[in-house]
Design a protein around this ligand. Structure first.
Ligand SMILES: NC(=O)c1ccc[n+]([C@@H]2O[C@H](COP(=O)([O-])OP(=O)(O)OC[C@H]3O[C@@H](n4cnc5c(N)ncnc54)[C@H](O)[C@@H]3O)[C@@H](O)[C@H]2O)c1
Length: 438
């Protein structure tokens, strides 16, 4: 394939070297002539393991050319990879100056090009940039439409500096955000041979997931480091602890707990986080990430509260009360806290939870609910149908197929359902279903 690569930093230079090694003809474009001179003479513009030999090899192959002329590069290629820098601006926002200027130039080149051109954005871009910012610029400069005269897509880059050639050849996956089949086919031809999944998604999801991946990496590093600071204060070996933590691939290093949903609660996580942050305090340690978890969880609960209050309705029915489906444990259940807050605002509540029966609640569980919902006896209903019948708004806090079926049959068009569990097929309900944050 004939490919042009814009921006020959870490991402662009490694892509240029690997794509030309794989037999493609590559035109490298950068605004820094010094980088172009290095590439022309078979030298690497970035320090990366394996790049010295690879650049010498691909320069000798005759498949690599370089230019500062963006328009010529678009003319002479069928697909462009855009890898220019998107650094932080002083206020923390993304500085998109380079990519915005480039979009105008590329648009002008597309204006005079006969064949449709594929534009693949590989720079990390804040969600919405490709469709809301770059597309209008390119459409205006080219006088052509996305999906006709050219095809825009976003392919996040996952290589890590220091091992980027190895990461290029063995990425965790290939993700293509695209609105048309043609650019996906072209990218499949370029990257489909790699030993990983080839996934297609929307442009926005592809942009967002790149941020998510980097944020998750940063979160994991900080988690290990805060744990280590606490371990040191307590005289515990942090390597031993984190190694043990990582041995659990069922709950710890797994998909568990990584689905959006309602706030967490229950008899363990909140109290153990509190004890951890108290330990840090008595050892004069700052652990802002761990200390931020409970306040963040509270924000999540408040989001549900605000959505319910915004309906302006006074009769609210809870479907589910315990801290998770299938248990009667009410201790620190976020649904109990939500109910308590609503009662404080004068809302009339009715509650159904198939596992919660007042007569069988004992010990700490009973005293917790009696403290927070002293009139729970009057609110608890034995039948889901009764809660549905007497409510203007329903809070779905229970992920149970039988409950979903009853709700599908009985919810009315005049009702709103606040969905905290990602109800499957919400369109089947006559009621208006509002997701917590989806
Ligand atoms: N470095 C990484 O490991 C890595 C990994 C994944 C994603 N990314 C993302 O990829 C993008 C590029 O990162 P990088 O580290 O390679 O950046 P970099 O700063 O090393 O290189 C960017 C290059 O773009 C060039 N450039 C600027 N304006 C240009 C223009 N109008 N035309 C042509 N070239 C132009 C610059 O001269 C520079 O050589 C960023 O969005 C970054 O967030 C980087």
């Amino acid at each position: 394939m004939k490919i042009s690569i814009f921006g020959l930093g870490y991402v662009g230079a490694v892509s240029l070297a690997c794509l030309s090694r794989d037999g493609h003809e590559v035109i490298g474009v950068d605004i820094e002539p010094a980088k172009l001179e290095l590439i022309k003479s078979g030298k690497t513009p970035v320090v990366e393991e394996g790049m010295v030999d690879l650049m010498a090899q691909v320069a000798a192959s005759g498949r690599v050319t370089v230019t500062t002329d963006a328009q010529r590069a678009v003319q002479d290629s069928e697909l462009s990879l855009i890898c220019v820098g998107t650094p932080s601006a002083p206020n923390g926002s993304q500085d998109q100056g380079a990519i915005l200027r480039l979009a105008v130039e590329i648009g002008k080149a597309i204006a005079v090009k006969a064949e449709p051109h594929v534009l693949v954005f590989r720079s990390t871009l804040v969600p919405g940039t490709v469709e809301d910012v770059l597309r209008p610029i390119i459409e205006e400069a080219s006088g052509k439409k996305d999906g006709e005269g050219f095809f825009l897509c976003f392919q996040p880059e996952f290589l890590r500096e220091g091992s980027s050639i190895r990461d290029y050849d063995k990425p965790p996956f290939t993700v293509i955000g695209a609105n048309h089949a043609y650019p996906v086919e072209r990218l499949q031809a370029l990257f489909g041979h790699l030993p990983c999944k080839f996934l297609q998604t929307s442009v926005r999801s592809a942009e967002m997931m790149k941020y998510c991946c980097n944020n998750f990496h940063a979160l994991k590093i900080t988690f290990a480091n805060e744990t280590a600071r606490l371990c040191e204060a307590l005289g515990v070996d942090p390597f031993e602890v984190m190694d043990l933590v990582c041995q659990d691939t069922q709950l710890n290093i797994s998909k568990a707990y990584l689905k959006p949903g309602f706030a967490f609660g229950g008899s363990c996580l909140p109290k153990d986080l509190r004890a951890t942050t108290y330990l840090a305090k008595i050892h004069d340690l700052e652990l802002p990430m761990l200390a931020g978890i409970l306040p963040s969880n509270r924000q999540h609960l408040d989001a549900a509260l605000n959505k319910l209050l915004a309906t302006g309705k006074r009769k609210i029915g809870f479907i589910g009360l315990s801290f998770k489906t299938g248990t009667d444990d009410l201790r620190e259940s976020p649904l109990v806290t939500l109910a308590e807050q609503l009662i404080g605002k004068g809302v009339q509540l009715s509650i159904y939870d198939p596992e919660v029966h007042l007569a069988s609640l004992l010990g700490a569980n009973r005293s917790f609910v009696e403290k927070h919902l002293p009139h729970i006896g009057q609110m608890l209903k034995a039948e889901l149908a009764q809660v549905i019948a007497e409510s203007e708004v329903l809070v779905l806090g229970l992920a149970d197929a039988k409950v979903f079926d009853v709700l599908t049959e009985q919810a009315r068009p005049d009702q709103v359902v606040l969905d905290l569990v990602n109800l499957p097929n919400p369109d089947r309900l006559a009621a208006t279903v509002v997701g917590l944050c989806w």
